[in-house]
Design a protein around this ligand. Structure first.
Ligand code: ARG
Length: 464
C-alpha cells in the first residue's frame, strides 16, 4: 500500500531502498504517546470549531486510545512503508474509523512533529531534573557519612592543600545545581505549542491554537497558554532540542570529571575509596582486577553526548527556512542524548551510594605536612611579613626539608629560625591539621565549621 503522504500526486511508491533510506519509524516510534496526545487535543479543538461532530470526535478519541493501548502492550504493528510514527498512527486510525480522515485538517507533519518532540522533551526534562536531584542526594549522602575525612586537595593533580572529602563532593553538588537550573530554564522554551503553524503558513480555518495549548499544558506560570508566534519559526525551530542537548553536554562533562576523580580515587595509587562490587567489573584475563567501569563508561559516553550537540548544531547551520527533511535527523541525536545522560546520572548516583571511603588512606595522604606550607606562609604574614617574602622563606624551608630528606614538620625550630628570625616558638604548631582545618572559615572555604554549614544547607535543600 502506498504511504498516505503520496496519495493522489504519485503514480508509484518509492523504491525499497528509498523507503529504507527515508523512513524514521525505526526511531520516532518513541513519540507515539505524545503523538496520540497531540492528536486528541487537535481533534477536540476541531470539534469546538465545528469541523468534527461530537460523535466523530468521540470515535476518533476512542480509537486513538485503543491504538495507544495496543502500542503500549506491544501489539501494534509498525509499518516501515508508512514512513513515520505520525503516518502509522493516522493510517491505522482511518482504517478503523473513516472520519479519522478529518483529523489532519489544518495540520501538517511539520507542526505535528515539532509538537511531539516538545511534548516528549518536556517529560524527559522532568525525569532528568529528578535524576539530577538524586545524584546530588548521593553526593551529599557520601559526604555526610564521611564528614570528618580530610584528603589532599589537588591542583595540576599535585597535592595542594588539605580539604574535607565532603568539600570535594560538594563542589560537584554545586555543578549539578547549575545543570539543574539550566535545565529548568530550558524547559520554558520547550514548553511552547507550535500546533497551528501548519506546514509553514498556518491555516485559513479558524483554529483555536490557545485552546490546544491549554489542553496540552503549554501554559506559563500564570496558567496562560503559550503558543509560537511565527508559523515559519514554529515548524523550523529546533533551538529547544539544541538547548537541551547543550545543557546535557555540560552536565555530561561534569559527570565525566566526577568519573575521573572516582577512577583516580579507586586506583591502588590513591586508594581513597572502594566501589561496591556490583558497580565494577572484572578482567577476563587478570584475576585480581576490579575495574570502575560505570565511571569509565560515564566518562566515555560524555563523548557521545557532546558529539550529539555538535551534530545538531551542524544539522541546522545551513538550512534555509523552513522545514527541510534534514530535520528528521534531529531525533536520534536528541533521543540518544536524553537516554544517555539520564543513564549516566542515575548510575553515577547509584555507584556513589555504594561506595565507601578508606579513611586510613585518606588520613595518611592528608597528613603530608607539605599541604600546610601555605599555612606557614600565612603564619609569617600574620607576623607582618609581606606575602611574597613569606612565600620565598617557606620555599627555602621546603628546600631544606627536601635536602635533609625530612618532612616539613620534622625540621627543628632552630632550623626555621635560622632561615627567618620571624619564626616564633609556636611556628611548628602550624602543622596541626585539625587546627589548620578549623581556621578556614571563609564562605565557601573547606573549614570545619563552613563545610558543616554547607552540608547542612544542602541536606535541607534536598529534603525540601
Ligand atoms: N518524519 C518527519 C521528521 O521527523 C516528520 C515530518 C515530515 N514532514 C514532511 N513534510 N515530510 O521530520
Amino acid at each position: 500500500s502506498s504511504p498516505v503522504s503520496r496519495s493522489g500526486r504519485f503514480a508509484s511508491g518509492p523504491g525499497a531502498d528509498v523507503a529504507e533510506f527515508t523512513e524514521s519509524i525505526s526511531f520516532d516510534w518513541r513519540l507515539w504517546r505524545h503523538d496520540i496526545m497531540g492528536s486528541i487535543a487537535h481533534a477536540t479543538m476541531l470539534q469546538k470549531i465545528g469541523v468534527l461532530t461530537k460523535a466523530e470526535l468521540q470515535a476518533i478519541t476512542k480509537s486513538l486510545e485503543e491504538i495507544g493501548q495496543e502500542i503500549h502492550d506491544g501489539k501494534f504493528e509498525w509499518k516501515p512503508e508508512l514512513e513515520d510514527v505520525h503516518m502509522n498512527i493516522e493510517a491505522e486510525l482511518t482504517k478503523r474509523v473513516p472520519t479519522g480522515a478529518k483529523l489532519h485538517t489544518a495540520r501538517s507533519r511539520n507542526d505535528q512533529v515539532a509538537l511531539d518532540m516538545r511534548l516528549w522533551l518536556r517529560d524527559e526534562i522532568v525525569e532528568l531534573a529528578g535524576e539530577l536531584r538524586g545524584l546530588q542526594g548521593a553526593l551529599v549522602g557520601l559526604a555526610d557519612k564521611n564528614a570528618e575525612v580530610v584528603i589532599p586537595g589537588y591542583t595540576h593533580l599535585q597535592r595542594a592543600q588539605p580539604v574535607y572529602f565532603a568539600h570535594h563532593l560538594l563542589a560537584y553538588v554545586e555543578m549539578v545545581e547549575r545543570d539543574h537550573q539550566r535545565l529548568t530554564d530550558a524547559f520554558q522554551r520547550v514548553n511552547v505549542c507550535p500546533l497551528g503553524s501548519g506546514a509553514i503558513a498556518g491555516s485559513t480555518l479558524p483554529l483555536d491554537r490557545e485552546f490546544v495549548a491549554e489542553q496540552l499544558g503549554f501554559v506559563d506560570a500564570k496558567g496562560k497558554p503559550v503558543v509560537t508566534q511565527n508559523s515559519m519559526d514554529g515548524v523550523s525551530d529546533r533551538d529547544f532540542a539544541i538547548e537541551f542537548c547543550s545543557v546535557a553536554a555540560l552536565a555530561a562533562v561534569h559527570l565525566s570529571r566526577l568519573a575521573e576523580d572516582v577512577i583516580l580515587w579507586a586506583s591502588s595509587e590513591f586508594n581513597f575509596i572502594k566501589i561496591a562490587d556490583a558497580y565494577t567489573t572484572g578482567s577476563s584475563l587478570m584475576p585480581q582486577k576490579k575495574n570502575p567501569d560505570v565511571a569509565e563508561l560515564t566518562r566515555g559516553k560524555t563523548g557521545r553526548v557532546v558529539g550529539n550537540l555538535m551534530a545538531l548544531l551542524t544539522l541546522l547551520k545551513g538550512l534555509p527556512m523552513t522545514y527541510n527533511r534534514d530535520l528528521q535527523e534531529d531525533k536520534e541525536r536528541l533521543f540518544d542524548t536524553a537516554v544517555t545522560i539520564r543513564g549516566c546520572v542515575r548510575l553515577m548516583g547509584a555507584m556513589l551510594e555504594n561506595t565507601s571511603v578508606n579513611t586510613k588512606n585518606c588520613a595518611a595522604a592528608a597528613s603530608d605536612p607539605a599541604l600546610l606550607a601555605t599555612d606557614l606562609a600565612d603564619y609569617l604574614v600574620r607576623k607582618g611579613i609581606p606575602f611574597r617574602q613569606a612565600h620565598h622563606v617557606v620555599g627555602a624551608v621546603v628546600a631544606l626539608a627536601e635536602k635533609e630528606g625530612k618532612a616539613l614538620n620534622q625540621l627543628t625550630l632552630e632550623q626555621l629560625k635560622a632561615l627567618d628570625k620571624t619564626f616564633g616558638n609556636d611556628a611548628l604548631g602550624v602543622f596541626d591539621l585539625k587546627k589548620a582545618m578549623a581556621q578556614r572559615n571563609l564562605i565557601g572555604a573547606p573549614g570545619t565549621k563552613e563545610v558543616a554549614r554547607q552540608l547542612g544547607r544542602w541536606k535541607k535543600i534536598l529534603k525540601g
